[in-house]
Ligand binder design. Structure first.
Ligand SMILES: [Zn+2]
Length: 190
């Protein structure tokens, strides 16, 4: 990890984030969202980043779909997520993930107790324009067909595992019951 980036070189949202103490993350969201969001920094991919408004607004697109925006149009950083769980008074785990990733990128010495995927941090650095060079390794958002294929693959693996686990068991369980079942219709004569 390179040394901290000079504040002057950073676009406003990142400069604000750099000047925010890392401990502010604990006030971002409720405990569950916090844990989930930080945990995602180990594996969740970022699919893209977009600057708008003269680099006052940064939108990170998580590979899972939600888009997290960091706006520095006022003195304070405003953060929003596109997911359904987010509301102005209640940040979601995606906000925590985006916040933690960007904070770590602009202040590499921060959040030392949390684990980050180095590749993910590098991707974020490239996506937001703080690192030159290689095309980010973040996977593209999968198409519906890709997701269906993946779901089928996972199901096939699960079924295979289940079949394997079931093999030592006796086959009698699957045999049809031999007892007769008769349906009797009785017509009552007067
Ligand atoms: Zn969200």
């Amino acid at each position: 990890m390179p040394d901290s980036k000079p504040t002057s070189a950073l676009p406003p949202p990142l400069a604000l984030l750099r000047d925010t103490p890392a401990g502010a993350i604990y006030a971002l969201a409720a405990k569950n969202e916090l844990l989930e969001g930080v945990e995602a920094c180990q594996h969740r991919a970022v699919a893209g980043a977009e600057w708008r408004d003269d680099r006052r607004v940064l939108t990170l697109e998580l590979a899972a779909g939600p888009q997290v925006s960091f706006s520095a149009t006022g003195p304070q950083l405003q953060i929003e997520c596109s997911c359904r769980k987010w509301s102005p008074g209640r940040h979601c785990s995606h906000v925590v993930t985006g916040w933690a990733l960007l904070k770590r990128v602009v202040s590499p010495e921060s959040l030392a107790a949390s684990r980050f995927s180095d590749r993910l941090l590098r991707d974020v650095e490239i996506l937001v324009g703080l690192r030159e060079g290689e095309v980010p390794s973040a996977p593209k958002k999968p198409s519906l067909a890709d997701r269906l294929a993946e779901a089928r693959r996972i199901r096939a693996v699960k079924l295979a595992a289940r079949a394997k686990a079931a093999k030592p068991a006796k086959v009698t369980a699957t045999k049809p019951d031999k007892s007769d079942i008769r349906l009797v219709l009785e017509i009552g004569w007067p």
